[in-house]
Design a protein around this ligand. Structure first.
Ligand code: ADP
Ligand code: MG
Length: 590
């Protein structure tokens, strides 16, 4: 599908309205030729020939036509506005739904501000086109044609003389549209980039402040701002160059009429009334010539926007739900990784992962930052698909499940906690909005969140700001944990969920986790050995590989990395397992 076909697929639904609007526009264009015609009659028949009795009728006619044009204009504007808003509503909805389907890989690469500007600025360019540009261009073309036909009825010679201007206008229009197109594309790219920059800075404002980097950010902003301004200016330079051309061409018409038409009137080839009539049509002939350049801008702007939106829209997610995927209301929770490897951007992220867990068991995963722990969980949830090997859930490849049904069975507290700007209750109940308050509270108690929530002025009704502003890291983690627990999942994943809570709270949470349903399989990613030492299976990861696996006792007995980590006071990662940067960091702290 081409971008334009895609656009048309939205317009199709409003075809009838558009046709009605265009029909009204046609009537208005046809009515517009009446008044100059009457003016001609007034000059020839009333003033020159003295038929004054005609005057009241003619004036009534003038008024009637003017009133009709006013009313019809009002109507078709409503029609086009309705069609454009309806179409945009559908388009926004469809693009948004598609955005929700996109996978992690899509969001890793896209900038939020960039996606936002598609939904706002680009959509508006499309609305502007449907609501305004379409009928204005159509009406102007009609007016021009009708007026020219009327001039032909007055005098073929005069009309042909006026026509001489047309090829020049066509040429100028063509050249401007070719030149202005790349400039508009650059324009919109700079706009997206500026948008993305501002969006990032506003959400990362606290970091900017903490590092006192305001000046640095302002400098970066100025660069983006400059780029956008320059793009705008260079685009406007192009069409400004053409404005005088279009103006001259439109005035050329007046000159032709005055000189050649005047000459013909003097020689008696046309009457004075004819001259007035043609003069009345002049604006209908002029306007399209003068405005052609502007419309090219609007049309180019529109088509660039359609292409940009469609480019994002047409990106198909690599991870998608299979047709007629396996649906299990409730999965048991047996998990197996068989020779799993995952590569991204030509880099091995995890390699040769093999392990097996039975439903209800607890798996602890430990390893330095960047060793691939979160990636294992992302593969299990199918946020990414494995490059080779398979992830089996209850002996079925995760790729064969209905994606949404499978994820519904997994409760995950992610490493970077995201809270919505909603009440705390709303955030915890996100996965099961219909649950009772008692259930929300129970989950919060298990996550040791109830206590601090009750101490907030509005308790569970407290609105947490965007991303949970106003809560401490540990508090956010506990809300996120409660959210995962409330789902009552077959598989519970806690990715570094207790890193920001104190030891005491952590051991309380550990105890609580033991009380949840026996058949729930738990994955606990942690840095502290205390968080995972009771697990049925412990995976020690390094550089994308599992370097040791077993129970706490067997790993300690084996005397490998895990044993060292254990000896290093419960949970420090052994020095050898740290990455070079972290070693440097440690040294600089020491
Ligand atoms: N989709 C991806 N594309 C590119 N790099 C990735 C992707 N997923 C993970 N990585 C990289 O793989 C490494 C392991 O990441 P991760 O699993 O998050 O580590 P951990 O959770 O153990 O800290 C990191 O260097 C990360 O940048
Ligand atoms: Mg991680």
């Amino acid at each position: 599908m081409t971008p334009m076909k895609w656009f048309y697929s939205f317009l199709k639904k409003y075809r009838k309205l558009m046709v009605l609007g265009l029909a009204l526009t046609t009537v208005v264009a046809a009515l517009s030729i009446v008044n100059p015609y009457i003016a001609g009659i007034i000059v020839d028949d009333v003033i020159k020939d003295g038929n004054y009795y005609l005057l009241p009728k003619l004036i009534l006619c003038l008024l009637g036509v003017t009133l009709a044009i006013g009313i019809l204009r009002f109507l078709y504007q409503i029609v086009f506005e309705t069609a454009s808003q309806g179409m945009l509503y559908d388009m926004r909805g469809k693009v948004y739904r598609k955005l929700l389907q996109e996978d992690f890989a899509f969001y890793n690469k896209k900038r939020t501000g960039d996606l936002m500007s598609r939904q706002t600025g680009d959509m508006d360019a499309i609305r502007h086109f449907v609501a305004l540009v379409i009928y204005i261009v159509y009406q102007s073309v009609l007016l021009f044609t009708f007026a020219l036909l009327m001039v032909f009825t007055v005098s073929t010679k005069l009309a042909l003389c006026m026509l001489v201007v047309l090829p020049f206008t066509a040429l100028a229009t063509y050249r401007q549209s070719k030149e202005v197109r790349p400039a508009f594309q650059r324009n919109r790219n700079c706009f997206s980039s500026l948008n993305a920059f501002v969006q990032e800075n506003v959400s990362g404002n606290r970091v900017v402040k903490a590092f006192a980097k305001e000046d640095y950010e302002i400098e970066k902003f100025n660069k983006e701002n400059d780029k956008f301004r320059d793009a705008q200016i260079s685009a406007s330079r192009i069409w400004m160059k053409y404005v005088p051309v279009f103006e001259i061409l439109s005035y050329a018409l007046t000159v032709v009429l005055m000189v050649y038409g005047g000459y013909m009137a003097i020689r008696g080839e046309i009457t004075l009334g004819d001259l007035v009539k043609v003069n009345g049509y002049l604006w209908m002939l002029n306007t399209p010539l003068r405005m052609a350049g502007w419309w090219i801008n609007d049309i180019q702007n529109f088509s660039t926007s359609v292409e940009k939106i469609y480019a994002t829209y047409s990106e198909e997610p690599k991870v998608y739900s299979p047709h007629a995927g396996v649906v299990h209301e409730r999965l048991k929770g047996n998990v197996e990784f068989r020779n799993v490897s995952y590569r991204a951007d030509d880099e091995d992220i995890v390699m040769d992962i093999n392990f097996k867990v039975k439903a209800g068991q607890t798996v602890g995963i430990i390893g330095s930052t960047g060793s691939g722990k979160s990636t294992l969980m992302n593969l299990l949830c199918r946020f990414y698909d494995t490059t080779s090997g398979e992830v089996l859930l209850d002996s079925v490849n995760v790729k064969d499940y209905d994606l949404y049904n499978m994820r519904d069975n997994i409760g995950m507290a992610m490493q970077d906690v995201f809270l919505f700007s909603d009440t705390i209750e709303g955030n915890i109940a996100y996965g099961r909005p219909s649950c009772t308050f008692e259930e929300v509270k129970r989950a919060a108690i298990m996550a040791d969140a109830n206590h601090f929530i009750m101490n907030l002025p509005e308790g569970y009704d407290t609105i947490v700001g965007e991303r949970g502003v106003g809560l401490s890291g540990g508090q956010k983690q506990r809300i996120s944990l409660a959210r995962a627990l409330l789902k009552d999942p077959s598989i519970l994943i806690l990715d570094d969920t207790t890193s920001a809570v104190d030891m005491e709270t952590e051991s309380y949470i550990q105890d609580q986790l033991k009380t949840i349903k026996k058949d729930c399989t738990k994955f606990i990613i942690a840095y502290r050995i205390s968080s995972i030492k009771d697990a049925d299976l412990i995976l020690v990861m390094n550089n994308g590989r599992i370097i040791e696996q077993g129970t706490h006792d067997s790993l300690v007995a084996a005397g490998g990395y895990y044993a060292k980590a254990f000896r290093n006071q419960y949970g420090e990662i052994p020095y050898e397992l740290l990455r070079d940067e972290e070693k440097k960091q440690q040294r600089s702290f020491a």
